[in-house]
Design a protein around this ligand. Structure first.
Ligand code: UP5
Ligand code: MG
Length: 216
């Protein structure tokens, strides 16, 4: 039997990768799912921004530069932050159900995470046109204070998404592991579609649970 080398077993830990272009609504919808379905929401971008601000971090400047340029931070940094956050949540007694938001953005990150941490259950993909994304991000730029919410960085983020991150979604789709949502709609309409997926997921679990308890 092959030795188990990943940090977690998918039987104990559920991971859903939440992907989509910059401004597709990943963070907004993850907060809804977290509230209604008892998930821990880990945004890779938020974890990187926290690490960038942390006093004494050896990666502060590197992260700031990568984010401003819309480039993908070396995966060792991001995977370590994600794995630590998952371990902390489990140690704090949270349900081992994670929405990993904005990661993986590159094929080697997907492979490394699934090998070293845990295999994902599926990818939730928010599909949205660049035109809509740009409008949302420029609106958010008025208040967000994010170094990458400006026209120049937004165009760079779009390019990296198209060239590098979308192929990750395509690779999971080829394995039948993508649930796609039309993210052009209003926040409420998008969440309605999201709910269908998560209601299905949990009904199935309830069914198995009772079947196991009482097969008659
Ligand atoms: N909004 C949301 N949904 C809406 C809807 N349906 N209708 C109308 N408005 C809607 O939403 C964006 C804005 O749109 C908000 O104002 C919201 O109210 C509105 P949000 O939910 O924040 O969208 P999200 O998809 O989370 O957008 P975000 O900007 O966070 O996406 P990015 O993927 O660009 O940013 P992230 O934080 O994930 O990454 C930032 C950078 O970090 C990357 O560019 C990269 O440099 C680095 N990074 C890595 O290097 N590695 C990683 O693994 C992750 C990040
Ligand atoms: Mg986000």
């Amino acid at each position: 039997m092959a030795p188990i080398t990943s940090a977690f077993d998918p039987k104990d830990v559920t991971v859903i990768f939440v992907l989509g272009g910059p401004g597709a609504g990943k963070g907004t919808q993850c907060e809804n799912i977290k509230r209604d379905y008892d998930f821990v929401h880990l945004s890779a971008g938020d974890l990187l921004r926290e690490e960038q601000k942390r006093e004494g971090s050896q990666y502060g400047e590197l992260i700031q530069n990568y984010i401003r340029e819309g480039l993908i931070v070396p995966m060792e940094v991001t995977i370590a932050l994600l794995e630590n956050a998952m371990k902390e949540a489990i140690a704090a007694g949270k349900k081992a159900r994670f929405l990993i938001d904005g990661f993986p953005r590159k094929m080697d990150q997907a492979e490394k995470f699934e090998e070293a941490v845990v295999e994902c259950k599926f990818v939730l993909y928010f599909n949205c046109t660049e035109e809509t994304l740009k409008q949302r991000l420029l609106k958010r730029a008025e208040t967000s204070g994010r170094v990458d919410d400006n026209e120049e960085s937004i165009l760079k983020r779009f390019r990296v998404f198209k060239d590098t991150s979308k192929p990750v979604i395509d690779a999971f789709a080829a394995k039948n592991k993508v649930r796609e949502i039309n993210a052009e709609q209003s926040i409420e309409a998008v969440y309605n579609d999201v709910k269908k997926i998560f209601d299905d997921l949990f009904q199935m679990h309830t069914y198995h649970y009772f079947t196991l308890l009482d097969p008659y």
